[in-house]
Design a protein around this ligand. Sequence first.
Ligand code: MF3
Ligand code: CO
Length: 249
Amino acid sequence: MIILKSPRELEIMRTANKIVAETHAFLTEHLVPGISTAELDRLGEEFIRKAGGVPSFKGYHGYPAALCISINEEVVHGIPSKSRIIEEGDLVSIDIGVYYDGFHGDAARSYGIGRISEEAERLLKVTRESFFKGLEEAFIGNRLTDISHAIQKYAEGNGFSVVRDYVGHGIGRKMHEDPQVPNFGKPNRGPLLKAGMTLAIEPMLNAGTYQVKTLDDGWTVVTRDGSLSAHYENTIAITENGPEILSKI
Ligand code: MF3
Ligand code: CO
């Protein structure tokens, strides 16, 4: 069941997502070679709590940290660790969820650390752009998979693959609500988009195969072939005036 949000509820989700966006902006100041992913996690959690939020991911199905930080061939759900040190040339994806006043916000960004390969640079750009290709389809009267199809077409048209095993989602009082939002598929399928729908659209693109596997820690998802992966996510609302990105600075 897809839960539509009232204007009052959307206002709370704007605040939750503003904290998400501000946490991302704050963390970029600390995202330099030599810092551990555990330290980034600590800084992120502190920032979220000072802003009046609670990290959505911590404790979610037993997840042990506030943020997910996934490096290079890691796709999503990388667990922050004291021994994982950010290095020049890394491609780093940071995923942040914030619970505030009964609602969740969720957004992910990927960055290159210092000089990165041309392929990594292009993967970052195409992953971000694929989100906006999807967003262009997020208007009333379209169907859900118009978003999915636009993302896949753009990603594959640029030579990258789209992860199948993890998808975007509805979001609100729960972090994961209906509907699932795949980043692939035929257009014109699924529910009609309606005002008040709130979706986390989150393309995950790989440089090689779309196939992934989960490491023995039970969380970290990596590409099967070890190729690079990038992630870009925003929480958006469908409105009468088109899509609104809630997790925007
Ligand atoms: N942004 C991710 C998602 O949409 C975050 C879930 S990570 C978890 O599913 F650790 F909380 F599971
Ligand atoms: Co999400």
